[in-house]
Design a binder for this molecule. Structure first.
Ligand code: IMP
Length: 193
């Protein structure tokens, strides 16, 4: 079977991708190819960081590879934290630190529009491709729900009364930024056969 590297060691992302790609590609992780370097993601865009990871692996290991990067963009904060979403409250912060900082930054703010974006960069047979997924919604006044991770307890997607953390995996995957970008990647790879 054809092999493709997913430039991640995130167990949840890997399991999900392996399930979806079963029978089409054998999906290898960074660990699987012996890539233990710390890939410095220092681009100032989500697209840029996705590309840095995919290019690093393709250039060094000469393999087809894809990589994803996501972030939360809040309109009233000029698009912040965006590419810095993981480290919004500091270098070694927790998800809860980020949620607390966001709620404080948005206190009293009436424009609560926000969007999650995922970009997947793919290097395949010497060509580069990008796939994007976006989910629009709003930042809630307080956190609700226990499912998920990151900013899920304070992100309410458009058309729903619940936050991502209250909606559960299945609904979230159907409408989320990552779900949409991933389905675009898979449709593209399936089309190639
Ligand atoms: P990553 O590029 O997928 O690792 O995402 C970067 C950061 O964006 C994460 O550490 C989270 O803080 C935030 N983030 C990305 N996707 C989600 C999501 O689906 N829910 C909540 N937070 C997310």
């Amino acid at each position: 079977m054809k092999q493709i590297v997913f430039a991640t060691n995130n167990k949840n992302k890997l399991r999900e991708m392996r399930e979806i790609m079963e029978g089409l590609y054998e999906v290898l992780s960074l660990d699987d190819i012996g890539c233990h370097e710390d890939i410095v993601e220092d681009a100032d865009t989500i697209e840029g960081n996705a590309k840095i990871k995919a290019d690093f692996v393709t250039n060094k290991y000469h393999v087809d590879c894809f990589s994803d990067d996501s972030g939360l963009e809040v309109e009233a904060l000029g698009g912040a934290p965006g590419v810095y979403s993981a480290r919004y409250a500091g270098e070694h912060c927790t998800y809860q630190d980020n949620v607390d900082k966001m709620l404080a930054a948005m206190k009293g703010q009436t424009n609560r529009k926000a969007a999650f974006r995922t970009c997947i960069a793919l290097n395949l047979d010497g060509q580069s491709y990008f796939f994007e997924g976006r989910c629009d919604g709003r930042i809630t006044e307080e956190q609700r729900g226990t499912d998920g991770f990151g900013y899920d307890p304070i992100f309410q997607p458009d058309g729903y009364e619940q936050t991502f953390a209250e909606l559960g995996h299945e609904v979230k995957n159907a409408i989320s930024h990552r779900g949409k970008a991933t389905r675009k990647l898979i449709a593209f790879l399936k089309d190639l056969g």
